[in-house]
Design a protein around this ligand. Structure first.
Ligand code: HEM
Length: 405
């Protein structure tokens, strides 16, 4: 068997790492930060097959052989922010369906469309501030971050005084570069302060927001939603609803500014913004890899048998860059290729519920940004851009631009 490959906890060069893994076979044993063993599918077909296989679970309590010993490994504590939560993300079968159903109707295409005026208004406000702020700007800090953060906080009725805390929790969970027990304790502490504060605030000040709605469900029928599930559902949706879209907008801006030919094709209308978004998600997916799924029974993948109870990560970046599926130029950003079949929102029962919202935000912010600043350029060499410290999140820490030529 192939030796375990240690994944870079900083995610410094995710495409190169994906290629190295792919050369070893369709699924390879890896070590996650802190020493957690898992399997990594390395290509599109294998990933899709595993995600859709009902013998692959998301519930560590039922199906991860190492779950009982997580507490014995202080350096594994970081993963609890992902798998120690009890919400739709880490449940299986009927529990998953029950928890998903409480939230998903609020994020259908139709419901999302009603948010368009608000998305446009926030975007315009942020661009106005950028325009009056000088010659240079950071697209991440001034547009890509505040737009989804404000929107998700408004939807969930997060009061202003908790926004900063919510942002801190999400950033700490995404950062996989420090698998120390201290970092894990910091994450748990932040979760146990910010989320109860949100729930407490909305119990006292119920409103027309999704947190208040979930609290009502909880209070009316504890069988549909327990206190713990309420807290972790809010954590999931606020986390998933912000950082991912931040990186989608930042990654698309960088991709276009790096390639004048692509930008010209978009500006001329030869290529649509929808295609830019799909190609960004394929080549530079906001979520490169996601912990964890588990084999419910022994699973045969090619010549390899994944023993029941082993953990598996889902590897969206590797799938998007797979030359078997996308051809020898898979690594090249080409919005005209038509990559709607990318897996970067997931597929199957756990498919991202926020995909329409993320798309609406990016489809609003990107054209507006390039229209407002027709001479936009990167203010640093592309090689100087720094990836966020994570093997999960895939995006730029800053996107410095010059607004005028
Ligand atoms: C570019 C933006 C986004 C990307 C790339 C993204 C990606 C993903 C991925 C890869 C998954 C896991 C799918 C799987 O396990 O197979 C997921 C699940 C999820 N996403 Fe998103 N997401 C984005 C935006 C959002 C937004 C805006 C929300 C806000 C509601 C959201 C909420 C969720 C939730 C609740 C789940 C869990 C679904 C489940 O397990 O049943 N996401 N997303």
């Amino acid at each position: 068997m192939t030796d375990r490959i240690v994944l870079d906890p900083f995610g410094a060069d995710i495409p190169a790492e994906s290629a190295r893994l792919r050369a070893l076979g369709p699924i390879v044993p890896v070590t996650l930060p802190g020493g957690i063993p898992a399997w990594a599918p390395t290509g599109y077909d294998t990933l899709k097959e595993l995600i859709l296989d009902p013998r692959v679970s998301r519930d560590p309590r039922l199906h991860w052989r190492l779950w009982p010993e997580v507490g014995d490994h202080p350096s594994w504590g970081w993963v609890l922010g992902w798998v120690g939560v009890v919400n739709m993300f880490s449940t299986y079968g009927t529990d998953h369906a029950r928890l998903r159903k409480l939230v998903s109707p609020s994020f259908t295409l139709r419901r999302t469309e009603t948010l368009r005026p608000r998305v446009e208004a926030i975007t315009a406000e942020l661009l106005d501030a950028m325009e009056t702020g000088g010659e240079r700007a950071d697209v991440r800090e001034q547009l890509a971050f505040p737009l989804p953060m404000r929107l998700i906080c408004e939807l969930f009725g997060v009061p202003d005084h908790l926004w900063e805390g919510a942002g801190r929790v999400v950033a700490a969970i995404m950062d996989t570069s420090d698998p120390s027990a201290e970092h894990a304790a910091f994450v748990q502490e932040q979760i146990s302060v910010v989320l109860p504060a949100l729930i407490g605030y909305r119990r006292e000040h119920p409103g027309d927001d999704l947190t208040s709605e979930l609290i009502r469900v909880r209070d009316e029928d504890g069988d549909r939603l327990s206190d713990e599930e309420l807290l972790y559902t809010l954590l999931l949706v606020i986390g998933a609803g912000s950082e991912t879209t931040v990186n989608l907008i930042g990654n698309a801006v960088v991709a276009l500014l790096r390639d004048p030919g692509q930008l010209a094709a978009v500006r001329s209308g030869a290529v649509g913004w929808d295609a830019v978004i799909d190609e960004t998600l394929r080549v530079h997916p906001s979520i490169a890899s996601l912990p964890l799924r588990y084999a419910v029974t022994d699973l045969k993948v090619g010549d390899v048998t994944i023993p029941a109870g082993d953990a598996i990560i889902t590897t969206y970046a590797a799938a998007g860059l797979d030359p078997v599926h996308y051809g020898p130029g898979a690594g090249v950003f080409d919005a005209a290729r038509g990559a709607e079949d990318h897996l970067s929102f997931g597929i199957g029962v756990h498919r991202c519920i926020g995909a329409p919202l993320a798309r609406l935000e990016a489809l609003t912010a990107l054209p507006a940004l390039f229209e407002r600043f027709p001479e936009l350029t990167l203010a640093v060499d592309a090689g100087e851009l720094r990836q966020v410290p994570s093997f999960i999140a895939f995006g730029w820490q800053e996107v410095p631009v010059r607004l005028r030529g």
